[in-house]
Design a protein around this ligand. Structure first.
Ligand SMILES: [Zn+2]
Length: 446
Protein backbone atom coordinates (compact mmCIF):
# COMPACT_ATOMS: atom_id res chain seq x y z
CA UNK A 1 0.00 0.00 0.00
CA UNK A 2 1.16 3.52 -0.81
CA UNK A 3 2.31 5.74 2.02
CA UNK A 4 0.29 8.70 3.21
CA UNK A 5 1.71 11.81 4.79
CA UNK A 6 -0.56 14.03 6.87
CA UNK A 7 1.34 17.28 6.64
CA UNK A 8 1.58 20.30 8.90
CA UNK A 9 -1.41 19.66 11.16
CA UNK A 10 -2.72 22.69 13.05
CA UNK A 11 -2.79 20.48 16.18
CA UNK A 12 -2.47 16.76 16.77
CA UNK A 13 -4.25 15.37 19.82
CA UNK A 14 -2.43 12.06 20.10
CA UNK A 15 -4.47 10.71 23.06
CA UNK A 16 -1.39 8.62 23.82
CA UNK A 17 -0.42 7.62 27.36
CA UNK A 18 0.97 11.06 28.14
CA UNK A 19 -1.80 12.96 26.33
CA UNK A 20 0.78 14.65 24.11
CA UNK A 21 -0.39 17.46 21.83
CA UNK A 22 1.69 18.72 18.89
CA UNK A 23 1.33 21.75 16.63
CA UNK A 24 2.51 22.15 13.02
CA UNK A 25 3.35 18.48 12.99
CA UNK A 26 3.27 15.63 10.43
CA UNK A 27 2.18 11.96 10.60
CA UNK A 28 3.50 9.37 8.16
CA UNK A 29 1.34 6.28 7.58
CA UNK A 30 2.64 3.10 6.02
CA UNK A 31 1.08 -0.34 5.57
CA UNK A 32 -1.96 0.49 7.70
CA UNK A 33 0.07 1.66 10.70
CA UNK A 34 1.44 4.95 12.00
CA UNK A 35 5.09 4.93 10.99
CA UNK A 36 6.40 8.30 12.17
CA UNK A 37 5.26 11.48 13.95
CA UNK A 38 7.35 14.65 13.72
CA UNK A 39 8.09 17.84 11.87
CA UNK A 40 9.25 18.13 8.24
CA UNK A 41 8.76 14.44 7.43
CA UNK A 42 9.34 13.27 3.87
CA UNK A 43 7.28 10.86 1.77
CA UNK A 44 6.72 10.13 -1.91
CA UNK A 45 3.19 8.89 -1.13
CA UNK A 46 -0.16 10.70 -0.96
CA UNK A 47 0.07 14.06 0.79
CA UNK A 48 -2.85 15.39 2.86
CA UNK A 49 -2.53 19.04 3.81
CA UNK A 50 -3.70 19.31 7.42
CA UNK A 51 -2.77 22.93 8.10
CA UNK A 52 -6.45 23.79 8.70
CA UNK A 53 -7.16 20.70 10.76
CA UNK A 54 -7.11 19.41 14.29
CA UNK A 55 -6.11 15.75 14.01
CA UNK A 56 -7.38 13.10 16.43
CA UNK A 57 -7.54 9.33 16.55
CA UNK A 58 -10.65 8.00 14.81
CA UNK A 59 -13.55 7.79 17.25
CA UNK A 60 -14.83 4.39 18.38
CA UNK A 61 -18.49 3.47 18.66
CA UNK A 62 -19.13 0.61 21.10
CA UNK A 63 -22.90 0.20 20.84
CA UNK A 64 -25.32 0.42 17.93
CA UNK A 65 -28.22 -1.35 16.25
CA UNK A 66 -27.56 -0.32 12.68
CA UNK A 67 -30.77 -1.85 11.35
CA UNK A 68 -32.75 0.73 13.34
CA UNK A 69 -31.68 3.55 11.01
CA UNK A 70 -34.74 2.42 9.04
CA UNK A 71 -37.02 3.24 11.96
CA UNK A 72 -36.00 6.70 13.09
CA UNK A 73 -38.56 9.01 14.63
CA UNK A 74 -41.42 6.50 14.34
CA UNK A 75 -44.40 8.50 15.65
CA UNK A 76 -45.68 5.83 18.09
CA UNK A 77 -42.26 5.51 19.71
CA UNK A 78 -41.22 9.13 19.87
CA UNK A 79 -42.29 9.75 23.45
CA UNK A 80 -42.45 6.24 24.94
CA UNK A 81 -40.34 4.71 27.72
CA UNK A 82 -38.06 1.76 26.89
CA UNK A 83 -40.49 -1.17 27.12
CA UNK A 84 -43.38 0.68 25.44
CA UNK A 85 -40.99 1.89 22.76
CA UNK A 86 -39.86 -1.66 22.04
CA UNK A 87 -43.45 -2.88 21.76
CA UNK A 88 -44.18 -0.16 19.18
CA UNK A 89 -41.21 -1.11 17.05
CA UNK A 90 -41.22 -4.92 17.19
CA UNK A 91 -44.10 -5.28 14.65
CA UNK A 92 -42.27 -3.00 12.20
CA UNK A 93 -39.00 -4.91 12.54
CA UNK A 94 -40.87 -8.13 11.72
CA UNK A 95 -40.99 -6.86 8.12
CA UNK A 96 -37.19 -6.59 7.76
CA UNK A 97 -35.04 -8.83 5.54
CA UNK A 98 -31.48 -8.91 4.12
CA UNK A 99 -31.93 -5.79 1.97
CA UNK A 100 -33.18 -3.76 4.94
CA UNK A 101 -30.24 -4.96 7.06
CA UNK A 102 -27.70 -4.13 4.36
CA UNK A 103 -28.99 -0.70 3.41
CA UNK A 104 -29.63 0.47 6.97
CA UNK A 105 -26.08 -0.64 7.89
CA UNK A 106 -24.69 1.38 4.98
CA UNK A 107 -26.58 4.46 6.13
CA UNK A 108 -25.77 4.06 9.81
CA UNK A 109 -22.08 3.42 9.20
CA UNK A 110 -21.75 6.29 6.71
CA UNK A 111 -23.34 8.63 9.24
CA UNK A 112 -20.89 7.48 11.90
CA UNK A 113 -17.88 7.83 9.61
CA UNK A 114 -18.82 11.38 8.67
CA UNK A 115 -18.81 12.15 12.40
CA UNK A 116 -15.26 10.83 12.79
CA UNK A 117 -15.87 7.19 13.65
CA UNK A 118 -13.26 4.76 12.32
CA UNK A 119 -14.33 1.65 14.26
CA UNK A 120 -17.83 0.56 15.23
CA UNK A 121 -19.43 -2.39 16.87
CA UNK A 122 -22.99 -3.40 16.08
CA UNK A 123 -25.55 -5.41 18.02
CA UNK A 124 -27.91 -7.23 15.65
CA UNK A 125 -30.32 -9.32 17.69
CA UNK A 126 -33.14 -10.17 15.28
CA UNK A 127 -32.96 -12.06 12.01
CA UNK A 128 -36.37 -12.02 10.31
CA UNK A 129 -37.01 -13.27 6.78
CA UNK A 130 -33.56 -14.70 6.10
CA UNK A 131 -31.49 -11.80 7.48
CA UNK A 132 -27.92 -12.70 8.46
CA UNK A 133 -25.09 -11.00 10.33
CA UNK A 134 -23.05 -10.78 7.13
CA UNK A 135 -25.63 -8.43 5.58
CA UNK A 136 -24.06 -5.80 7.84
CA UNK A 137 -20.46 -7.01 7.45
CA UNK A 138 -20.66 -6.59 3.67
CA UNK A 139 -21.91 -3.02 4.13
CA UNK A 140 -18.96 -2.23 6.45
CA UNK A 141 -16.47 -3.75 4.03
CA UNK A 142 -17.72 -1.56 1.17
CA UNK A 143 -17.37 1.56 3.31
CA UNK A 144 -13.95 0.59 4.70
CA UNK A 145 -14.77 1.06 8.40
CA UNK A 146 -13.28 -1.24 11.05
CA UNK A 147 -16.20 -3.35 12.24
CA UNK A 148 -17.05 -5.41 15.32
CA UNK A 149 -20.48 -6.94 14.59
CA UNK A 150 -22.02 -9.02 17.36
CA UNK A 151 -24.36 -11.95 16.81
CA UNK A 152 -27.25 -10.92 19.03
CA UNK A 153 -30.31 -12.99 19.87
CA UNK A 154 -33.71 -13.09 21.51
CA UNK A 155 -35.22 -16.40 22.64
CA UNK A 156 -38.03 -15.60 25.10
CA UNK A 157 -41.13 -14.51 23.21
CA UNK A 158 -44.43 -13.18 24.47
CA UNK A 159 -45.94 -16.63 24.93
CA UNK A 160 -43.10 -17.53 27.34
CA UNK A 161 -43.44 -14.31 29.35
CA UNK A 162 -40.88 -12.26 27.42
CA UNK A 163 -41.27 -8.89 25.75
CA UNK A 164 -40.73 -9.56 21.99
CA UNK A 165 -43.35 -11.23 19.77
CA UNK A 166 -42.78 -14.94 19.19
CA UNK A 167 -42.05 -14.31 15.50
CA UNK A 168 -38.86 -12.39 16.35
CA UNK A 169 -37.33 -14.93 18.72
CA UNK A 170 -35.17 -17.89 17.77
CA UNK A 171 -34.54 -21.36 19.07
CA UNK A 172 -31.54 -21.34 21.45
CA UNK A 173 -29.65 -24.20 19.79
CA UNK A 174 -30.02 -22.49 16.41
CA UNK A 175 -28.71 -19.23 17.91
CA UNK A 176 -25.57 -20.90 19.24
CA UNK A 177 -25.00 -22.71 15.94
CA UNK A 178 -25.26 -19.48 14.01
CA UNK A 179 -22.82 -17.83 16.44
CA UNK A 180 -20.32 -20.56 15.59
CA UNK A 181 -20.97 -20.11 11.85
CA UNK A 182 -20.34 -16.36 11.84
CA UNK A 183 -17.31 -16.55 14.15
CA UNK A 184 -15.71 -19.25 11.97
CA UNK A 185 -16.64 -17.37 8.81
CA UNK A 186 -15.74 -13.78 9.66
CA UNK A 187 -13.83 -13.31 12.94
CA UNK A 188 -10.23 -12.20 12.55
CA UNK A 189 -8.23 -12.31 15.81
CA UNK A 190 -5.05 -10.85 14.30
CA UNK A 191 -3.63 -7.39 15.02
CA UNK A 192 -5.06 -4.80 12.65
CA UNK A 193 -8.18 -6.92 12.04
CA UNK A 194 -10.93 -5.16 10.08
CA UNK A 195 -13.68 -7.52 11.30
CA UNK A 196 -14.08 -9.10 14.72
CA UNK A 197 -17.26 -10.93 15.67
CA UNK A 198 -18.77 -11.01 19.17
CA UNK A 199 -21.57 -12.95 20.88
CA UNK A 200 -24.45 -10.85 22.22
CA UNK A 201 -27.77 -12.11 23.61
CA UNK A 202 -30.02 -9.04 23.50
CA UNK A 203 -30.68 -8.50 27.20
CA UNK A 204 -31.51 -10.43 30.35
CA UNK A 205 -35.24 -9.83 29.67
CA UNK A 206 -35.27 -11.42 26.19
CA UNK A 207 -33.17 -14.58 26.60
CA UNK A 208 -33.01 -17.37 29.17
CA UNK A 209 -30.49 -17.77 31.95
CA UNK A 210 -29.22 -20.88 30.11
CA UNK A 211 -28.56 -18.95 26.89
CA UNK A 212 -26.67 -16.24 28.78
CA UNK A 213 -24.48 -18.91 30.36
CA UNK A 214 -23.98 -20.98 27.17
CA UNK A 215 -23.21 -17.88 25.09
CA UNK A 216 -20.45 -16.97 27.56
CA UNK A 217 -19.01 -20.47 27.41
CA UNK A 218 -19.08 -20.42 23.61
CA UNK A 219 -17.49 -16.95 23.39
CA UNK A 220 -14.65 -17.98 25.70
CA UNK A 221 -14.13 -21.24 23.83
CA UNK A 222 -13.82 -19.27 20.58
CA UNK A 223 -11.82 -16.40 22.09
CA UNK A 224 -14.32 -13.69 21.08
CA UNK A 225 -15.90 -10.89 23.09
CA UNK A 226 -19.36 -10.77 24.67
CA UNK A 227 -21.86 -7.95 24.76
CA UNK A 228 -25.38 -7.25 26.03
CA UNK A 229 -27.62 -4.53 27.53
CA UNK A 230 -27.52 -4.12 31.29
CA UNK A 231 -29.09 -1.94 34.00
CA UNK A 232 -30.51 0.48 31.45
CA UNK A 233 -33.29 2.07 33.54
CA UNK A 234 -35.49 1.62 36.61
CA UNK A 235 -37.81 -0.82 34.80
CA UNK A 236 -34.80 -2.95 33.98
CA UNK A 237 -33.69 -3.09 37.64
CA UNK A 238 -37.23 -3.89 38.79
CA UNK A 239 -37.46 -6.72 36.23
CA UNK A 240 -34.15 -8.17 37.43
CA UNK A 241 -35.20 -8.06 41.09
CA UNK A 242 -38.61 -9.61 40.33
CA UNK A 243 -37.49 -12.30 37.87
CA UNK A 244 -34.02 -13.21 39.10
CA UNK A 245 -34.14 -12.06 42.71
CA UNK A 246 -30.99 -10.00 42.36
CA UNK A 247 -29.57 -6.86 40.79
CA UNK A 248 -28.18 -6.96 37.22
CA UNK A 249 -24.54 -6.94 38.34
CA UNK A 250 -25.00 -10.08 40.40
CA UNK A 251 -26.95 -11.75 37.58
CA UNK A 252 -24.14 -10.95 35.14
CA UNK A 253 -21.46 -12.20 37.51
CA UNK A 254 -23.22 -15.49 38.24
CA UNK A 255 -23.55 -16.30 34.55
CA UNK A 256 -19.96 -15.48 33.59
CA UNK A 257 -20.75 -12.05 32.19
CA UNK A 258 -17.91 -10.12 33.83
CA UNK A 259 -14.31 -9.88 32.62
CA UNK A 260 -12.17 -7.93 30.19
CA UNK A 261 -13.77 -9.82 27.29
CA UNK A 262 -17.23 -8.46 28.22
CA UNK A 263 -18.85 -5.07 27.70
CA UNK A 264 -22.33 -3.98 28.69
CA UNK A 265 -24.41 -1.24 27.10
CA UNK A 266 -25.90 1.59 29.21
CA UNK A 267 -25.28 0.63 32.86
CA UNK A 268 -27.19 3.77 33.85
CA UNK A 269 -28.34 2.21 37.11
CA UNK A 270 -25.19 0.47 38.34
CA UNK A 271 -24.74 0.97 42.08
CA UNK A 272 -21.44 1.42 43.91
CA UNK A 273 -20.91 -2.29 44.44
CA UNK A 274 -21.54 -3.04 40.79
CA UNK A 275 -19.13 -0.31 39.73
CA UNK A 276 -16.46 -1.88 41.94
CA UNK A 277 -17.25 -5.30 40.45
CA UNK A 278 -16.81 -3.95 36.93
CA UNK A 279 -13.55 -2.21 37.85
CA UNK A 280 -12.13 -5.29 39.56
CA UNK A 281 -13.01 -7.62 36.69
CA UNK A 282 -12.10 -5.30 33.81
CA UNK A 283 -15.68 -5.38 32.52
CA UNK A 284 -16.34 -2.62 29.97
CA UNK A 285 -19.23 -0.18 29.62
CA UNK A 286 -20.74 1.31 26.44
CA UNK A 287 -22.08 4.66 27.63
CA UNK A 288 -24.88 5.96 25.37
CA UNK A 289 -25.77 9.43 26.68
CA UNK A 290 -28.12 10.58 23.88
CA UNK A 291 -30.12 7.35 24.00
CA UNK A 292 -30.33 7.62 27.80
CA UNK A 293 -31.65 11.18 27.42
CA UNK A 294 -33.96 10.27 24.56
CA UNK A 295 -35.59 7.43 26.52
CA UNK A 296 -35.44 9.30 29.83
CA UNK A 297 -33.41 6.48 31.37
CA UNK A 298 -31.19 8.66 33.54
CA UNK A 299 -27.56 9.78 33.79
CA UNK A 300 -25.00 6.97 33.86
CA UNK A 301 -22.48 7.40 36.70
CA UNK A 302 -19.57 7.77 34.29
CA UNK A 303 -17.52 10.00 36.60
CA UNK A 304 -17.75 7.41 39.37
CA UNK A 305 -16.98 4.59 36.93
CA UNK A 306 -13.90 6.35 35.57
CA UNK A 307 -12.68 7.22 39.07
CA UNK A 308 -13.09 3.59 40.12
CA UNK A 309 -11.13 2.40 37.08
CA UNK A 310 -13.94 1.02 34.91
CA UNK A 311 -13.20 0.92 31.16
CA UNK A 312 -15.78 3.19 29.50
CA UNK A 313 -16.41 3.85 25.81
CA UNK A 314 -19.20 5.63 23.95
CA UNK A 315 -22.09 4.33 21.91
CA UNK A 316 -24.68 6.13 19.81
CA UNK A 317 -27.11 3.22 20.33
CA UNK A 318 -29.70 2.32 17.72
CA UNK A 319 -31.07 5.11 15.64
CA UNK A 320 -34.59 4.34 16.79
CA UNK A 321 -33.62 5.57 20.26
CA UNK A 322 -31.27 8.43 19.56
CA UNK A 323 -32.36 9.13 16.74
CA UNK A 324 -29.10 10.49 15.39
CA UNK A 325 -25.84 8.61 14.95
CA UNK A 326 -23.27 11.37 15.23
CA UNK A 327 -20.44 10.15 17.46
CA UNK A 328 -18.66 13.45 18.05
CA UNK A 329 -21.94 14.96 19.26
CA UNK A 330 -22.36 11.88 21.45
CA UNK A 331 -18.97 12.67 23.01
CA UNK A 332 -20.07 16.25 23.64
CA UNK A 333 -23.29 14.97 25.21
CA UNK A 334 -21.35 12.66 27.54
CA UNK A 335 -19.34 15.64 28.76
CA UNK A 336 -22.42 17.80 29.25
CA UNK A 337 -24.37 15.11 31.06
CA UNK A 338 -21.67 14.51 33.67
CA UNK A 339 -21.65 18.26 34.26
CA UNK A 340 -25.43 18.24 34.81
CA UNK A 341 -25.06 15.72 37.59
CA UNK A 342 -21.65 16.62 39.06
CA UNK A 343 -20.80 20.23 38.18
CA UNK A 344 -18.86 22.06 35.49
CA UNK A 345 -15.54 20.47 36.42
CA UNK A 346 -16.88 16.91 36.24
CA UNK A 347 -15.54 16.20 32.77
CA UNK A 348 -13.29 18.15 30.42
CA UNK A 349 -13.58 18.22 26.62
CA UNK A 350 -10.28 16.38 26.37
CA UNK A 351 -11.35 13.63 28.79
CA UNK A 352 -14.57 13.09 26.81
CA UNK A 353 -12.49 12.81 23.63
CA UNK A 354 -10.28 10.26 25.36
CA UNK A 355 -13.35 8.19 26.27
CA UNK A 356 -14.52 8.42 22.66
CA UNK A 357 -11.19 7.14 21.29
CA UNK A 358 -8.91 5.26 23.73
CA UNK A 359 -11.84 4.30 25.93
CA UNK A 360 -13.81 2.76 23.09
CA UNK A 361 -10.78 0.92 21.74
CA UNK A 362 -10.10 -0.53 25.20
CA UNK A 363 -13.75 -1.59 25.60
CA UNK A 364 -13.51 -3.50 22.29
CA UNK A 365 -10.20 -5.10 23.26
CA UNK A 366 -8.23 -3.15 20.65
CA UNK A 367 -4.93 -2.02 22.15
CA UNK A 368 -3.76 -1.54 18.53
CA UNK A 369 -6.26 1.30 17.94
CA UNK A 370 -7.54 4.52 19.52
CA UNK A 371 -4.40 6.68 19.71
CA UNK A 372 -1.91 8.40 17.45
CA UNK A 373 1.35 6.66 18.32
CA UNK A 374 4.02 4.93 16.25
CA UNK A 375 3.08 1.30 15.62
CA UNK A 376 -0.66 1.80 16.22
CA UNK A 377 -3.19 1.35 13.41
CA UNK A 378 -3.60 4.33 11.10
CA UNK A 379 -7.18 5.28 12.06
CA UNK A 380 -7.20 9.06 12.01
CA UNK A 381 -9.80 11.86 11.87
CA UNK A 382 -9.09 15.33 10.51
CA UNK A 383 -11.36 18.16 11.65
CA UNK A 384 -11.33 21.45 9.74
CA UNK A 385 -11.20 24.21 12.34
CA UNK A 386 -11.47 27.12 9.92
CA UNK A 387 -15.26 26.95 9.71
CA UNK A 388 -17.98 28.93 11.42
CA UNK A 389 -18.21 26.50 14.40
CA UNK A 390 -14.60 27.17 15.41
CA UNK A 391 -14.46 30.87 14.58
CA UNK A 392 -13.46 32.80 17.68
CA UNK A 393 -12.28 29.74 19.58
CA UNK A 394 -9.21 30.34 21.73
CA UNK A 395 -8.57 26.61 21.81
CA UNK A 396 -9.64 24.93 18.54
CA UNK A 397 -8.37 21.62 19.93
CA UNK A 398 -11.19 21.73 22.51
CA UNK A 399 -13.36 20.28 19.73
CA UNK A 400 -16.18 19.21 22.00
CA UNK A 401 -16.73 22.73 23.27
CA UNK A 402 -16.59 24.47 19.89
CA UNK A 403 -15.79 22.69 16.66
CA UNK A 404 -17.06 20.89 13.57
CA UNK A 405 -19.57 18.07 13.92
CA UNK A 406 -18.36 16.30 10.78
CA UNK A 407 -14.88 15.36 9.65
CA UNK A 408 -13.06 16.74 6.64
CA UNK A 409 -11.09 13.52 6.15
CA UNK A 410 -11.11 10.10 7.82
CA UNK A 411 -8.54 7.36 7.42
CA UNK A 412 -8.98 3.75 8.46
CA UNK A 413 -6.03 1.38 8.22
CA UNK A 414 -4.28 4.16 6.31
CA UNK A 415 -7.00 4.33 3.62
CA UNK A 416 -8.97 7.52 3.05
CA UNK A 417 -12.61 6.51 3.63
CA UNK A 418 -13.94 10.08 3.95
CA UNK A 419 -12.45 12.70 1.64
CA UNK A 420 -13.50 16.36 1.78
CA UNK A 421 -16.62 15.43 3.74
CA UNK A 422 -17.74 12.58 1.45
CA UNK A 423 -17.55 8.82 1.98
CA UNK A 424 -15.43 7.26 -0.76
CA UNK A 425 -16.61 3.63 -0.67
CA UNK A 426 -20.22 3.92 -1.84
CA UNK A 427 -22.60 6.24 -3.67
CA UNK A 428 -24.22 7.63 -0.53
CA UNK A 429 -26.96 9.56 -2.35
CA UNK A 430 -28.11 6.34 -4.00
CA UNK A 431 -28.08 4.54 -0.64
CA UNK A 432 -30.21 7.31 0.91
CA UNK A 433 -32.79 6.98 -1.87
CA UNK A 434 -32.88 3.21 -1.35
CA UNK A 435 -33.21 3.65 2.43
CA UNK A 436 -36.17 5.99 2.04
CA UNK A 437 -37.86 3.59 -0.40
CA UNK A 438 -37.46 0.74 2.11
CA UNK A 439 -38.83 2.90 4.94
CA UNK A 440 -41.82 3.85 2.82
CA UNK A 441 -42.50 0.19 2.00
CA UNK A 442 -42.47 -0.63 5.73
CA UNK A 443 -44.97 2.14 6.42
CA UNK A 444 -47.28 0.74 3.72
CA UNK A 445 -47.04 -2.78 5.18
CA UNK A 446 -48.42 -1.67 8.55
ZN1 LIG B 1 -29.02 -0.82 22.52
Amino acid sequence: MKETLIRNAHTILTVDDSGREETQCDIRLNGGVIAEIGRHLQSDGVIIDASDCVVTPGLVNTHHHLYQTLTRAVPGGQDALLFGWLKTLYPIWEGFGPQEMFTSAQIGLAELMLSGCSMSSDHLYLYPNGSRLEDTIFAAQELGIRFHPTRGAMSIGESAGGLPPDSLVENEAAILNDCIRVIDGFHDPSEGAMVRVGVAPCSPFSVSRELMRDAALLARDKGVMMHTHLAENDEDIAYSLAQFGCRPGQYAEELGWTGDDVWHAHCVKLDGQEIDLFAKTGTGVAHCPCSNCRLGSGIAPVRAMRDAGVTVGLGVDGSASNDAGNLVLEARQSMLLQRVSRGADAMSAREALRIATRGGAAVLGRSDCGQIAVGKRADIALWDVTGVESAGSWDPAALLLAGPTQVKHLLVEGRQVVRDGHVTGIDLEKAIVKQNQLAQALVEQL
